[in-house]
Every structure is written in structure tokens, then in C-alpha cells.
Design a protein around this ligand. Sequence first.
Ligand SMILES: [Zn+2]
Length: 478
Amino acid sequence: MRLNPQRLHNMQKRIQLTMAALLVVFLGFSVFPVQAAEGEGSSIQDGQEIYQLLKSGKRSIQEKSYLKPEQPTVYLTFDDGPSKLTDQVLDILEKEDVKATFFALGEEAKAYPNVVKRIVNSGHALGNHSFNHVYKDLYSDFQNFWDQIQRTEEVFSDIAGVRPQLVRAPGGTYTNFDAYYYYLLEQAGYTVVDWNVDSGDSKRPHVPVNEMIQTIKSTPLEHEITLLFHDGSGHESSVEALPQIIHYYKKLGYSFAPLTTEVKPKQFPVGKSKWSRNMSLSHFQTMLKETRQYVLAHGPIKNEPQDAIQRLVNQTKVVQEESAQILSSVSGVPLQIHVSAGSEFTLESTQYEVRGNQIELSLRVLIEKMGGQVRWEEATKTARAHYGVYDVEYELSTRSLRLYTFGNVVDTYWLADMSLQEGTIIVPLQKTIDLLGGRITQSLIEPGKREVSLAFRQFYGWNENSSFLKNSLFAANF
Ligand SMILES: [Zn+2]
């Protein structure tokens, strides 16, 4: 092999780079122990500063990035089990091909070890819900809570070989946790998860199925839903309601996934604790040392369902690409929308986002740009538009779009991607245009240039006459 000068130059360059890399590695190693020692020295001082911050009731928020699923997702969670009902829950989940999360109690896990094994082996997530669920033990002092978490973890580890990093506070964190509880559990490597939808199945004994379903249906939808259920004894009606609730979300376009530490946890704000506790600085420092040592001894442990993580990782790539695209759209590329027959309008870079291959924008902006108006009804969380013989109603709580003609419902569509952001309904452009009887005939999404062409069915008269589109499409009287 003959080395030409260019090749030789490249080789020299590569050698230089390798040397530089080795130097970095070498320096890195020699510097690291010094840094670690410094870190240790200052952590006691940190402890004091953090103690003061937490004492004021404020949480010390750790920066962490999470993986946002592309699909709207429901995380079903079942608390207080396992019990004799849990096998039925697992049967339903298997039949529906849905994965969930079980926040189990150490005490119950000891009584139903085979159910714990089945949960883990079926790819569901197992979470820690304390050992005995007795509030006055758990919330009298962090030490007690912490002891129960470890005790339960030993039970799970013995039975199924897992040490869950997900913790759910019995009764939820609100008015039970203070900033110390949150902070110390994070130091020990745990992720605390509350919920944003409560099935209401533990309001009182034996809540009827219909009431549960009504409660769920009346709760506003979000892109990620952590749904609270109970599979402890006495919750037969939760088991009975489960298939209907799964179907409800499936029909809205939701996927189901087990929780992992990569999912941004729903957490309630720190409220005023209803327990009188006194955390002294020295007690805090002892707890801080214990929790930090615990993580060194046991973690970080990854024993979450691997396929769920992989799926999220795949989705994250998409989301990261999306954020890159959103970034470039923020950096000032307007979106030009051509409507057939020569009408066109421009959306400023701040008026739309590109997610994946999908353009999302405010419903109001879209309709106003097309010459119409949107009327928003706060009480019913419904936006109404009217054009020709058609009325369109976007109902946010069910994420549905209803088409009416002469007051009769023609059709109902589900838009799982619809969301409310700072008082604005965000809708996907393509689906919305589809539903309005149009289609995207061309789209060009490139760095520096964004163009979309729309065509509407002749039936509506949209593509023939742009002034009709501007003036009559969404008549002024809605
Ligand atoms: Zn509970």
C-alpha cells in the first residue's frame, strides 16, 4: 500500500488525536481523586445549605431529562397489593396486551410471593409502596419511612430479584411528604411517583363501577396519564371496571406502558405537612449519609422492563430529533401555507412546532389565518367553529372533534394528540385538515424552508374561491 501525502497527513492527524485523547484520559484519572475529595469535603457544607433550603419547605430540584413518549400514553398503576385479586388484574392486562405498574406492599408481597413473581416475569413494573402502609408509622419520621422502603425492597429482592427504584407514598405525597422526604429519597436513588388521574376507587369501600368510569371520563386528558387504581383486597369493582377503562383510553388513541425512572414522574407540590415532625440538622446529616451510602451499595440498579426502556429510548431519538427541529423552527423559520387556488398565509416560527413529521399549531391560529374565528367555552372546554352547513366542535375533555350539519352529529373523530397549552388548543395540522375535508398535497420541511400546500374538497367550495375561504369558510357568527 502506497502512502500518498494526503493519506500520511491524515494518519498523522489521527495519531495526534489519539495522543490528545490519551492525554485527556490520563489527566482525567489524575484529576479525578482530587475532585472527589473536594466533593466530599464540601458535601457536609452542602448538607447545611440544603438543610436550610428544605427547612423552608422548598424542594431542591435536580435537573434530569426524561423520555417523552411519542404516543399519548397511560401508565396504569395498582396500589396496596398484591392480594387475591391481583391475578385477575394480571389476566385482564394479559388479555388486553397492556403493561402496568404495581406499587406493592412488603407485607402483602410476603403473603403472595408467586403473584410478585408473575408481575415481574410478565414485564410489568414493580414499585415500592412501603411495608405496612400505616400512615402514623411512615409519616412520624423519615427514618421510619426509609426503614420500610428498605425492608420492602429486601422482600422484593428475595422473591423476584428486583430492587425497584419507583416509590409511591401511601396516601400520596401531598400533606404527607415534606421537602426532606423528597430530597432524601432522591439521594437514595428513588423516583417518587404520584398520579394525575384518580379512578376514585378508594374514596370509600366498594365504589360502583359506573362511578369510577364517570370519574375517569370527566378528568381532562393529558399526553401522559398516570392513573391510580388499587388491587388490594376489597377492590373487586376496580377489577370489574378495568377492561372498560382500558377500552376507553385505547379508543382515544392512547398506548399503555409500565412506569420507569425515565418517565417524568407526576408529583404533587409540597403542601403543608399534616404531621408534626422535627428534622434536626444532625438527624438530617445522618439520613443524608445513610441514603447516599445506600445508593453506593445498591445502585444505580436497572431492573426495569427492558423492552419498555428500549421502546422509550427509540422514542426519545424521535423526540430529540423533534426538539432539534423545534429549535430550528424557533430560530426563525416561518411556515408558509399555500391553500389551493392561490390563497396563502404564513405562520411565524413561534406559532407552530414540528414534532416528528407532524406540524402542530394552535387551532385558533389555524382557523383565524384561514379567515374564521373560534369561540371557546370554558365551562365545557369546547371550541366551536362554523362554516357553511357545518359546525365543528372540539371538546378537549374527550379530545374529540364532532362534525354537525344542520344541528345533527355527522361524525365524531378522536384526536388523541389534541392538548391544551397555556390556554391554547394545540392540534396536529394534518389530522385537522383531514377532518375538515382537506388534505396536505405537499410539504417541505427543510432547514431554512417550511412550506405546506393544502387542498380542500370542491364540495366545500374551498379550493375554487379564496375569498370564499377567507370570508365564508368560518362564518363570522360563531
Ligand atoms: Zn396505598
